[in-house]
Design a protein. Structure first.
Length: 103
């Protein structure tokens, strides 16, 4: 699923979203089978979080300090409590953090 304001077509197995984010996520969740829906990109992830569409957060942190960029989650109007499910540190120093949304 590709969300874009500039593309008119996508290639391969990808599909261009025709509806809003919440509508498309519900459509994907209704499809048969099991699987995860991964959301990439700070803006799209922040929109999904604001709509309460995220059940689990999986972050990979690389320990480098930078002076700018787009925050993954801008200032939020509501607090989201998370429960740590899993953590791994790789030889590359990348730390994998998996959290579920506390209900």
């Amino acid at each position: 699923m590709v969300f874009s304001t500039t593309l008119s077509a996508v290639q391969g197995n990808a599909r261009l979203a025709s509806g809003g984010l919440a509508e498309e996520i519900e459509r994907l969740r209704a499809e048969p089978g099991e699987g995860n829906i991964a959301i990439g990109g700070a803006t799209l992830a922040a929109d999904a979080a604001a709509l309460g569409l995220i059940d689990e957060y999986r972050a990979r942190v690389y320990p480098v300090l930078v002076g700018g960029g787009i925050p993954l989650f801008s200032q939020r109007e509501r607090r989201v409590d998370l429960e740590l499910v899993e953590t791994r540190t790789f030889s590359s120093r990348v730390v994998y953090l998996r959290y579920s949304v506390a209900r």
